[in-house]
Every structure is written in structure tokens, then in C-alpha cells.
Design a protein around this ligand. Structure first.
Ligand SMILES: Nc1ncnc2c1ncn2[C@@H]1O[C@H](COP(=O)(O)OP(=O)(O)OP(=O)(O)O)[C@@H](O)[C@H]1O
Ligand SMILES: [Mg+2]
Length: 229
């Protein structure tokens, strides 16, 4: 099948590059352990960790895509989006030391309905994109608000931005904008997975090009029904 060939080609390429970096650095550390200057040793370890993290996210996306295709929708619970976003931002900061990331929460935010582990993966993908498609050191801003019926999440960056008209295509498997291709690697699956995950939880997800540059990726999940919601 054409789509399958395209898929295998892209995935193989995107898996091969980080593996080559990991192997190269691991061999360097093994062979020259002790004689490497401290700075070079630290850089090699950072490269290994960074590339392994990219691989892990790609593999999680691939697994999730097959899982969503095969099975019924995920089980839904009531959860605190502010807590989840705080955890996602902390993990992001660990992976991207020095990158300014803020989480702004509207007071009185109601509980959201969904599957927290899957929502965490969506946040991870959006944050990874914000970092990947903007220059080092530029801020990433997360804000949480509510319309009453939904909890709204926005992840903003000051990066390469979008071409008008691409907003919907970004969520199609394998689509990558021409400016993104020239900027960084990727297989174009992250947002397609996010869309499936969010829609499986009765939510919606969309992209907004910011007039001042950069992107604003938003998603909304229903607030929890019931007393106190
Ligand atoms: N923050 C962003 N700024 C600009 N363009 C973005 C941003 N996030 C996503 N895009 C565009 O949407 C496309 C699809 O994003 P998606 O996360 O699905 O794939 P990817 O980042 O290319 O690869 P991967 O599957 O490894 O995440 C990107 O290739 C890029 O063109
Ligand atoms: Mg991505």
C-alpha cells in the first residue's frame, strides 16, 4: 500500500538518525572513558539522552496510533488539568534545561473529563513541537481556562509559525509544512495522534497562527459532570 510504504520510509529514516547518534556517543564514552574532557563527556551524555527521548516519543506515538485504531475509546475519569500541565511542564524543563516555560491557570478551573495518561501524551507532543519549532531560549507558554462546558488548554510558542491555510492539514498523518521540513526532522505523526486521542475523549484540537509570529495549539475537553462540577 502506498501509505504504508511512505510510512515505513519515513519511520525508518527518523529512527535511524537518533540511533546513529546514540550509538556513536555510547561508543565514544566506552572507548575513551577517562580520557575525555568533562565538557565533551557531558555533551555526549546529553546527546544520548536527548536522542533517546525523541525515539521514545516517536515509539509512543506509533504504539498509540495502532492502539487507537484497534480498540474502543479510552476509559474516562475526572482529573485536574492544572496538576497534569504542571507535571508536563516540569518534565519538559528537564528535557529542555534553560527553556522558559510557564503555566498560567484561570482561578476556579473545573475538573476535566478524559484519560490523564493520554492527555499527558498530548501535552508532551505539543510542548515538544513548541521547543522543536522555535529557537533555543524563546519562551513556551501554557495556559488553562474554561468556557464553562470545557477546559481549554493553549500551548504557545514564538517560533517558525504556520502558513495560512495549513491549520487543518497539520493534523493529517505525515503532513509537514515546507518551513518545518527545512527547520527540523520529524515524521509528521505527533499531531495526528493528538487529534485521535482528543477526539476519542469527546474533545477538540486546533491550531492558530499567531499574528505576532509563532503558533498557538489549543485543545478542549469536556468538564466533568456531576455535583461540584
Ligand atoms: N509549534 C509549531 N510551530 C510550527 N509548526 C508546527 C508546530 N507544531 C507542529 N507544526 C507543524 O505541524 C506538522 C505536524 O506536526 P507533528 O507533531 O504531527 O509532526 P512532526 O513534529 O513533524 O513529527 P513527529 O511525528 O516526530 O512529532 C509539523 O511538521 C509542522 O509543519
Ligand atoms: Mg511533532
Amino acid at each position: 500500500m502506498a501509505l504504508k510504504d511512505q510510512f515505513l520510509g519515513l519511520v525508518s529514516h527518523e529512527l535511524r538518525t537518533p540511533v546513529a547518534t546514540i550509538l556513536g556517543n555510547a561508543l565514544l564514552l566506552l572507548r575513551r572513558d577517562g580520557s575525555l574532557p568533562e565538557g565533551a563527556r557531558k555533551q555526549a551524555l546529553e546527546d544520548v539522552a536527548g536522542e533517546a527521548q525523541k525515539l521514545q516519543r516517536t515509539i509512543e506515538n506509533l504504539l498509540l496510533l495502532t492502539r487507537l485504531e484497534a480498540g474502543p475509546g479510552p476509559l474516562t475519569t475526572s482529573f485536574d488539568m492544572a496538576e497534569l500541565a504542571g507535571q508536563a511542564a516540569a518534565a519538559f524543563l528537564n528535557r529542555n534545561p534553560g527553556r522558559p516555560v510557564t503555566v498560567d491557570v484561570t482561578p476556579g478551573l473545573p475538573a476535566a473529563s478524559g484519560q490523564p495518561a493520554l492527555v499527558a501524551m498530548v501535552l508532551e507532543n505539543l510542548l515538544a513541537n513548541a521547543a522543536k519549532y522555535s529557537a533555543d531560549g524563546l519562551p513556551v507558554e501554557v495556559s488553562l481556562s474554561t468556557t464553562g462546558g470545557e477546559v481549554l488548554v493553549s500551548v504557545r510558542d514564538y517560533g517558525i509559525g504556520l502558513d495560512a491555510g495549513d491549520e487543518d492539514a497539520l493534523f493529517t498523518p505525515f503532513f509537514r509544512s515546507s518551513r518545518a521540513r527545512g527547520w527540523a526532522g520529524g515524521i509528521g505523526l505527533g499531531l495526528a495522534v493528538c487529534k485521535r486521542v482528543i477526539e476519542a475523549q469527546q474533545g477538540r484540537i486546533w491550531a492558530v497562527a499567531r499574528p505576532e509570529g509563532g503558533c498557538d495549539f489549543r485543545f478542549a475537553l469536556p468538564v466533568t459532570d456531576g455535583p461540584g462540577a
